[in-house]
Design a protein around this ligand. Structure first.
Ligand SMILES: Cc1cc2nc3c(=O)[nH]c(=O)nc-3n(C[C@H](O)[C@H](O)[C@H](O)COP(=O)(O)OP(=O)(O)OC[C@H]3O[C@@H](n4cnc5c(N)ncnc54)[C@H](O)[C@@H]3O)c2cc1C
Length: 477
């Protein structure tokens, strides 16, 4: 009898036996009513039935290969993770960037959320620059991004506002204004990120899931990954959690909040003849003529974004809903009569899941408060004249001295998360986290929580980032 499956590296192997007595095999080759046996002994197979009776199974310890000892490990290559990795590598840190999918950019690329909202304060002053601006410059140079020119920022002129609304770049209550927001092509965003990461010699590992951490003395001692190659271990000096869902911070024992949310599924449609449609329509122009972006959602059923069963249901329901919406548009909107589906987002639109409760929780009352330890700044996509400083303490946790959290899961209230989750803000906090990690890995302090924030702020400013504290964007107040 041949072993059908076994748990590798399991000293006391439990073997599932192929077609044992009393079992049957269906057409797909699945064996039903299988019994378990221990390793075949001289006397034959001793059937135990252990695993089938257990309610939990103890995973035995095993030795794993240590495959790297980088200065900085970034988990998750969304917009925040890419910015974090670039920022750390540019400061001389050996940097690894780990991603579970085959793409970088996360929601900003494969999630089809292809709008940078926003890079200004709503009145014409940019508040996000640094790596986010650098990526915009590269996209514009390739003809892969569109944004209002600087002289229009803050304008309430109805013709201009309506024109940019067609691109999905105008939001919020009246009086509406033109903002410094950017519509871009997601594939170009991926290519630009790949180029920049390669230039900084970031070690990018795609198709690899973060699994867990080993903790020692309130620090992350090792990070365990899982891929088709198996499980492996990396021993970094500093870890940045850019997973969006806070997977690392949870594994490290940090405090966090979690919400269930209604998911979205944006999709792109080709063959749209858009002449004469009003500016306030339910789709956005894109850089490609005849192709539009449909921001479908939310689906009414809330899901736990960290539960695979919920996410499976959401994938199926959102896809059916998006398809039905496209059929409806084809039947009832003249511009869509000859339209076809280009693609659905390959990542569900999850606005939030877990949020760190870190050394400081940024709240509504902190709008327009200038923090001395601020390391990033953001405006608000639906509100004008609101600028949040993001203190380094929103990225750190008492749970681990060498862990920084960035992107959409930093430490804020739900209200402020509306602003800090946006792509420009995620890139700004990513850039700050990368710089902080590089400084700590280089010996500037023993803990990310003890880092001299003035050194970090000066370093970020030299690199072109807006860090707030005493200024809104480039403008001293
Ligand atoms: C419907 C919707 C509309 C939005 N509209 C806008 C908008 O118009 N403009 C705007 O600026 N922002 C918008 N946002 C917000 C914005 O898109 C996201 O908040 C932002 O992109 C988050 O970036 P991030 O890098 O923090 O996270 P993500 O983009 O989620 O990236 C996280 C990355 O980590 C990877 N990852 C996760 N877990 C693991 C693991 N265990 N192992 C390895 N890798 C892992 C993921 O695959 C992903 O690549 C919107 C969001 C949604 C959902």
């Amino acid at each position: 009898m041949k072993p059908l499956a076994l748990f590798p590296n399991f000293d006391d192997h439990v073997w599932l036996t192929e077609k044992p007595e009393g079992s049957s095999q269906d057409e797909a080759g699945r064996v039903r009513n299988m019994r378990c046996g221990r390793r075949r002994s001289a006397g034959g197979c001793h059937t135990l039935g252990v695993v089938t009776r257990l309610e939990s199974w103890h995973e035995p310890a095993r030795d794993l290969p240590i495959t790297g000892r980088p200065d900085v490990l970034v988990v998750g290559a969304g917009s925040a993770g890419v910015a974090a990795a670039l920022s750390a590598a540019r400061r001389g840190a050996e940097t690894w960037l780990l991603e579970r999918t085959g793409f970088v950019g996360g929601l900003a690329t494969v999630g089809l959320i292809n709008l940078l909202l926003t890079m200004d304060d709503g009145c014409g002053t940019p508040v996000v620059a640094g790596i986010c601006q650098e990526v915009v410059d590269h996209l514009v140079a390739r003809g892969a991004a569109t944004h209002p020119p600087a002289e229009q920022w803050g304008s309430e002129e109805p013709g201009l506002v309506d024109g940019w609304r067609r691109w999905g770049l105008v939001w919020g209550a009246a009086p509406e204004a033109v903002r410094y927001s950017v519509a871009y092509d997601p594939e170009a965003f991926v290519d630009v990120c790949h180029q920049l990461l390669a230039r900084e010699a970031v070690h990018l590992q795609l198709h690899t899931h973060f699994a867990t951490v080993a903790m020692e003395d309130r620090a992350v001692a090792a990070v365990i990954f899982e891929s088709k190659r198996g499980r492996e271990v990396v021993v970094p000096k500093v870890v940045i959690d850019a997973s969006g869902d806070g997977d690392v911070m949870v594994a490290a024992g940090a405090a966090y909040e979690k919400v269930a949310i209604p998911p979205h599924l944006w999709f792109r449609v080709g063959g749209v003849c858009d002449d004469g449609e009003p500016a306030s329509r339910s789709w956005f122009d894109t850089a490609v003529e005849g192709r539009v972006l449909v921001p479908w959602g939310p689906h009414p059923d809330r899901v736990d974004p960290c539960d695979p069963d919920d996410m499976t249901r959401a994938e199926l329901a959102c896809r059916a809903g998006a398809r039905a919406e496209l059929e409806r548009m084809r039947a009832s909107v003249s511009a869509f009569r000859g339209a076809w589906l280009d693609d659905y987002a390959r990542m569900l639109g999850i606005t939030e899941s877990r949020r760190l409760v870190g050394d400081y929780v940024l709240s509504k009352e902190d709008a327009d408060v200038r923090f001395a330890d601020s390391v990033a700044q953001t405006g608000h996509w639906t509100r004008r004249e609101v600028v949040y400083d993001v203190p380094l303490r929103c990225l750190t946790t008492p749970a681990a001295s060498n862990l920084l959290v960035t992107g959409r899961c930093i430490s804020t209230t739900r209200y402020v998360h509306q602003a800090t989750k946006e792509i420009p803000a995620a890139m700004a906090t990513g850039e700050a986290a990368g710089a902080a990690a590089a400084l700590v890995a280089g010996g500037a302090s023993g803990s990310v929580r003890d880092l001299d924030v003035n050194v970090l702020r000066a370093d970020l400013r030299r690199a072109g980032a807006f860090v707030g504290g005493d200024a809104i964007g480039a403008r001293l107040v």
